[in-house]
Design a protein around this ligand. Structure first.
Ligand SMILES: [Zn+2]
Length: 641
């Protein structure tokens, strides 16, 4: 794609659904703490989920697809972070009041209408991520907005819901989950599709996240915020992209999705130009195992030697050259078809003739393939899958259906984001989720008292904070803006509150922004540095145990040596603060060693002594104190000369 796309002309519409974990004391429906644990003792149990027939009758095709896989689920229940509620052996307790109050505060900040009474509902999920087979959710508020410059972005709903269990891993018919995350309160905020360019999507997502963080009650760190995007263009379709974990990926994901839809529309146009029709795409699947008896392709040979396995093929008339067309960086239309084969047939992938000969498949084999299927080498494409017969058939049937949809353009899908911003098909787009009332939890009336309590958490507007940071904390405008836009804004406010008498807020702000950014730029894994590490390090400075110059080195050491405390790091690095008496001793030594030059060129004495001393004490006492002492000592010497 050349140049910048005109998103307005393309008719881009983006809606966001943002999920943010709340840092409440307890989970949404029980008294367990809202923390993830790694090595705590745990109970393990296995379940098969069997939704009742009546429930299944209402489940959409996407959910059924999951359920039909006939999977078993192994649950790891840490005793310190889960109880009988998470195991679905005890009914849920009352809705967590703290979480409700925070949700109400956010709703107010988003100018929303708050409902009179909260009804907890069940939303069926049958991928095993909830032991009960459903997720509990409740609508708190409706119909608000957030401003993006002078543009109003509609907020459709704000829900309070429980987070799902944490997936540990997946084997063939076995999925492992950990129950510590199950039940952590989540605020889910859905915007209207009022967003019209990729950068705006990122900006609005940031603003919403920041607003929730400003309550001081949002969790931070990887996995605590997840963004789903709805993206469509004129003539395309509404595509739901799930699980974007990083803010900076949002604009990229939107950009790539627009690219994909544009390319799929181009493919549609080309197929129409070639007079390809949906009904002309045959549904016949051919067994072509014989053609590959002598193949040099190692993958195919390995597969067809297994019992019940073979090579199966379909013809896509008029598709020649289109399967190799790139739809996203590194992904071709053939990759899109392969996604369907993987999801619906559980196969590893497919080969298509736009990429053959290749992968050990010879030109001769390709020719024989065209001959046997009676296809036209110059016009048609052939897809082959080598696998167990039943799986290959399921996969190829799905590929045929997907190929037919190419004539309509963009099929409605749910997709998952890769770390590079490209996406893959995961399932058809589910219809509106069916909800059932949760009969175990009584409705909660929104009282005046609750609303008053929420008032305490309604975040201060950003411009008010900016003013305060500059006026009261003495930050430069630049630094104030940097910390306002930083994920650790709430940590900054906590630390200022705690240490403002002993540490300048400027130092706290610049540690959280500049220092961490600098370390990251040097390739230091700053994700290993916890909030506690940062606080402990600053505390050492506040207590005069290390100098502020030592902060970057200590944090860098902690990042590289997991589990080290800031004090241990300071000791290891020889950065523990020296006393002023020790400093004087070092200065006196330096002066006596340089006495000759001091006497000859007194105008240079300060620079020389300062340089010598700083080499020894850098990071162990601040430069200002050193300068004062050096100056004083030199004055004494020169005076007595
Ligand atoms: Zn619990």
């Amino acid at each position: 794609m050349i140049g910048k796309l005109n998103y307005e002309e393309i008719g881009l519409k983006v809606g966001l659904e943002i999920h943010i974990q709340l840092d409440t004391r307890e989970k949404l429906f029980c008294g367990c703490p809202t923390k993830l644990v790694e090595t705590d003792p745990e109970d393990v149990f296995v379940r098969e989920l069997r939704p009742t027939r009546s429930e299944l009758g209402e489940v959409d095709v996407a959910a059924l697809l999951e359920w039909k896989k006939g999977r078993k689920y192994e649950y790891h229940a840490p005793r310190t972070a889960s109880c009988l509620v998470e195991a679905d052996e005890e009914p849920p307790h009352e809705l967590n009041r703290e979480a409700l109050v925070i949700a109400l505060a956010v709703a107010k900040a988003l100018n929303m209408y708050i409902v009179d009474e909260i009804h907890v509902m069940r939303k069926i999920v049958i991928d095993g991520s909830n032991t009960s087979g459903f997720q509990r959710t409740s609508i708190i508020a409706l119909d608000g907005y957030i401003m993006d410059g002078d543009k109003k972005i509609g907020i459709q709903t704000l829900c309070l819901e429980e987070d799902a269990a944490r997936k540990l891993g997946e084997e063939k018919n076995f999925v492992k989950y950990k129950l510590d995350r199950l039940g952590i309160p989540l605020i889910e905020i859905a915007t209207a599709p009022d967003i019209h360019d990729p950068e705006q999507a990122e900006r609005v997502a940031f603003k919403i996240g920041q607003l929730v963080r400003l309550t001081g009650k949002a969790k931070r760190g990887l996995g605590t915020i997840r963004q789903d995007l709805n993206v469509s263009i004129k003539g395309g379709a509404k595509i739901e992209i799930k699980g974007v974990q990083h803010l900076y990926l949002i604009s990229k994901v939107v950009e790539y999705e627009v690219m994909r839809q544009v390319k799929l529309l181009e493919i549609r146009e080309e197929l129409i130009n070639r007079c390809v029709k949906e009904e002309n795409i045959p549904e016949t699947i051919h067994d072509v195992t014989d053609l590959f008896k002598e193949t040099r392709s190692k993958i195919i040979r390995k597969i067809i030697n297994r019992k019940g396995h073979g090579v199966y093929a379909i013809v896509l008339p008029g598709f020649k050259g289109l399967l190799g067309k790139e739809v996203q960086p590194g992904r071709r239309f053939g990759t899109e078809l392969a996604d369907y084969a993987r999801v619906w047939g559980g196969v590893g992938g497919l080969f298509h003739t736009d990429e053959l000969p290749g992968y050990g498949i010879s030109e001769e084999e390709v020719k024989r393939l065209y001959d046997k299927l009676g296809a036209d080498k110059n016009k048609d494409a052939i897809i082959i899958i080598a696998d167990e017969k039943e799986k290959a058939y399921k996969a190829l049937r799905a590929v045929i259906q997907r190929a037919k949809q190419a004539l309509k353009g963009v099929p409605e899908e749910t997709r998952a984001a890769h770390p590079d911003g490209t996406t893959k098909y995961t399932r058809p787009r589910p219809g509106a989720a069916r909800m059932y009332p949760e009969t175990d939890i009584p409705p909660v009336e929104i009282t005046e008292e609750l609303l008053r309590e929420a008032e305490k958490y309604v975040p201060e507007p950003v411009d008010v904070k900016l003013e305060k940071f500059i006026r009261d904390y003495g930050l430069s405008k630049e630094l104030a803006n940097a910390i306002l836009n930083d994920l650790r804004l709430d940590l900054f406010e906590q630390l200022v509150e705690k240490y403002k008498d002993r540490l300048p807020p400027k130092l706290i702000a610049s540690t959280l922004t500049n220092t961490l950014k600098m370390l990251k730029g040097e390739g230091i894994p700053i994700e290993n540095i916890s909030d506690e590490d940062i606080e402990e390090t600053l505390k050492l400075v506040a207590e005069n145990k290390v100098s502020k110059e030592a902060i970057p080195e200590i944090l860098s050491y902690i990042a590289k040596h997991h589990g080290t405390t800031p004090m241990e790091a300071a000791e290891k690095l020889g950065l523990t603060r020296i006393s002023e008496e020790e400093l004087d001793k070092i200065i006196e030594d330096a002066i006596s060693q340089n006495m000759k030059i001091i006497m000859e060129k007194p105008e240079k004495a300060f620079k020389i002594i300062m340089g010598t001393v700083m080499k020894i004490v850098r990071g162990r006492i601040d430069g200002k104190t050193v300068a004062e002492h050096v100056r004083r000592k030199l004055q004494e010497i020169l005076k007595n000369k």
